[in-house]
Design a protein around this ligand. Structure first.
Ligand code: GAL
Length: 674
């Protein structure tokens, strides 16, 4: 069943609640504070396996019974988790085969989390047992709101169980070793396989591994995570069929599963998303994650399962920064503007010790008399005022303002990460984030789609990075343009088929040869930081190509000696539409200018005439009303033309509204009263 809407009468507000980690007397204090803040939903038991099953086969549900009853008594819904992301220490001793093995052959044991191998029957069995026990005990409990299956699926393991399942997966895909040997070109470096047993999950080896094998392994790992997710879904649908199911996607950095496949199996998409920048890049990132979540969830209301309260997580730099006052609430409204029906946090109470003891929580270490807690209470009040928007799905490109779709393909990401690519700058996530950010700064909204999915309803499809394109995907994009759509395709796209086999022919763009009306006979990767000037005053970084036009026109040429006068950006009229090709990496404000030109060429409007440059203006639509969210991410005030009823100040608005620096407003349009 494809993901559907989170139908709730009010915005879910709360967070991961771990009462099992605190003395009983703290629970009453928790309830008092939850009521003060207007918390109406908590996520319980995410990592509670060792408390629920302290010894294999011995269960202790007494404490969870108490928590569920306490929450029911206080009208707080429970999003009850299956604790399967963190097997207890007994699992290590009883089922050492079920633990993960790294690429280098290191056997992990417990001590952190995610110590399991999704291919190990012992893990799958233990996970099924605890899932069924929970389902049988709590199905129908008055506090039960949803099932939260596992936490952030994403564990990769090597080792014998993985080898066996990988072989089965390959047999299903290729049927014969001849097919596999051909697609993998396994004669290269003498890797031809004579029996299936000779194939192993691609663990550490002497030098470059086979890219086609690596891509297949990534696909297999994603499918295997879907298998363990589906183990739990099957049990829940049998034992607790009336309660919606979700699992939290770690966005956008986590790429170990196929988000589209997961979304098709669960009821509602939920995401974990942590602000990662002290600058407005953070807000661009919130919009990026939100538009992804909305797209994974078919444009229907989705959930923020986790965000941080007072800190910004710069994982790459290994540090956190304080979040400015008010920013948490503004970000929360951003998620809601893009269709979230929840604002949940990691976590309710900040732990005093243990891993992550300095991550933020709704109740900080320093307690109630803090700005952090006051902001939580204020946010609870704000969300209460916005309850009616939960009836309104997110704005959806097919029906409303945004008509742009960006291609998000797990395969594209995995392909870009395989070894032996001509440049490390051929990266998936940064390319998509840059393009999305340029659109966001220009005031446009975008959906994300798969390249093989139906594209009608969109005016413009963007393919910022997609190496390994299948014939069917290329055909889909070609048909879309033929029948009047517009497309923009970036360098290196379609250079190979879906199995990383270079396409035969006289152009690297063979997959899109007619569509683009160009030939590319040579790639021209550039050293890091180097660029080539283009005739339109832009600079091209990272990559160039030797392009010749066949039917396309040239929008800009290279000016440098090496690629002199060769086309750098082209546009082909094809059927009733156009296809733009960008053979190099355009960045920053120049990318904004390029995106503006491409979008205007497709005849697309901004979300609001004044949107852009950090003034984010987006709508949610219900059958009855539209809701206009005006989010000012800048340090100056903005007056925006709008009319309706402002829900946060309870004020009718006749023609315009002024929004303070870093402020926001939410209007029910064209209905001047509450
Ligand atoms: C999430 C995870 C939580 C917690 C949080 C801290 O990704 O699901 O359990 O670790 O990060 O930022």
């Amino acid at each position: 069943m494809p993901a559907s809407a989170l139908n709730v009468p009010t915005i879910l507000f709360g967070g991961d609640y771990n009462p099992d980690q605190w003395p009983r007397e703290v629970w009453d204090e928790d309830v008092r504070l939850m009521k003060e803040a207007g918390v109406n939903a908590v996520t319980v038991g995410v990592f509670a396996w060792s408390t629920l099953e302290p010894r294999e086969g011995e269960f202790d549900f007494a404490w969870l019974d108490d928590v569920m009853d306490l929450m029911a008594k206080n009208n707080i819904g429970v999003i009850l988790a299956t604790p399967t992301a963190s097997p207890p220490p007994w699992f290590t001793l009883s089922h050492p085969d079920g633990l993960p093995v790294t690429k280098d052959g290191v056997h992990y044991i417990h001590g952190s989390r995610d110590t399991y191998n999704p291919s190990a029957p012992s893990y799958r069995n233990a996970a099924r047992i605890i899932t069924r026990k929970l389902a049988e005990r709590y199905a129908g409990h008055p506090a039960l709101l949803m099932w939260h299956l596992h936490n952030e699926y994403g564990t990769i393991s090597y080792g014998p169980h993985t080898d066996a399942e990988f072989r089965n997966w390959l047999i299903r895909k290729y049927s014969t070793l001849d097919n596999l040997n051909k697609v993998w070109n396994s004669r290269f470096w003498s890797q031809q396989y004579a029996t299936w047993e000779e194939i192993f999950a691609p663990q550490a080896t002497q030098y470059l591994p086979n890219p086609s094998a690596i891509l297949d392994f990534k696909r297999f790992c994603a499918d295997q995570l879907r298998v363990v997710l589906d183990d739990q879904i099957e049990i829940m649908r049998e034992v607790s069929p009336n309660t919606p199911l979700t699992t939290n996607f770690m966005l956008p950095t986590w790429n170990h599963f196929n988000q589209w496949d997961f979304a098709a199996d669960i009821d509602v998409v939920s995401i974990d998303h942590y602000l990662d920048s002290t600058t407005m890049d953070g807000e661009a990132h919130v919009a990026f994650a939100s538009e992804l979540a909305r797209s994974f969830n078919n444009g229907q209301p989705w959930m923020v399962m986790e965000q941080g309260t007072t800190v910004i997580y710069d994982y790459a730099a290994g540090r956190v920064y304080p979040k400015a006052p008010g920013r948490m609430a503004r970000n929360t409204l951003q998620y809601i503007a893009h269709g979230s029906n929840s604002s949940l946090f990691f976590q309710w109470r900040t732990p005093l010790t243990g891993a992550e003891f300095f991550h933020s929580g709704m109740i900080p270490h320093t307690g109630e008399n803090t700005r952090a807690w006051r902001e939580i209470v204020d946010l609870g009040h704000t969300l209460h005022q916005l309850a009616e928007v939960t009836n309104a799905p997110a704005h959806n490109s097919r029906t409303n303002t945004a008509k742009i779709a960006i291609v998000w393909e797990p395969d594209a990401w995995w392909s870009a990460e395989t070894p032996a690519m001509p440049s490390n700058d051929v990266a998936f996530l940064p390319a998509l984030r840059e393009v999305h950010k340029a659109l966001w700064l220009e005031g446009f909204a975008a959906d994300f789609v798969q390249l093989g999915a139906p594209l009608e309803g969109y005016d413009l499809v963007l393919v910022p990075n997609f190496i390994a394109v299948s014939d069917a995907q290329a055909h889909n994009l070609t048909q879309f343009v033929r029948s009047g759509g517009h497309a923009a395709v970036w360098f290196f796209a379609g250079s190979t088929d879906e199995n990383l086999n270079v396409r035969v022919g006289d152009t690297f763009t063979a997959a899109f040869a007619d569509l683009l009306g160009i030939k590319v006979d040579e790639h021209w990767p550039l050293p890091t930081g180097e660029f080539r000037e283009l005739s339109n005053q832009m600079s091209g970084f990272s990559w160039g190509e030797s392009v010749a036009t066949t039917t396309a026109i040239t929008l800009a040429t290279y000016r440098s000696a090496d690629l002199k006068d060769k086309p750098a950006i082209t546009r082909n009229t094809f059927g009733a539409g156009t296809a733009t090709y960008v053979s190099t990496q355009i960045r920053g404000t120049e990318l904004r200018a390029l995106m503006r030109e491409i979008v205007l060429n497709a005849g697309i409007d901004k979300t609001h005439p004044q949107a852009g440059d950090g003034l984010e203006i987006v709508r949610r639509f219900s059958g009855e009303h539209t809701y206009l969210f005006v989010l000012n991410h800048t340090d100056s005030s903005h007056t925006v033309s709008a009319s309706g009823y402002e829900l946060l100040t309870d004020t009718p608005i006749t023609s315009q509204i002024t929004v303070a620096p870093f402020g926001y407003a939410v209007l029910r349009e064209d209905t001047p009263t509450r």
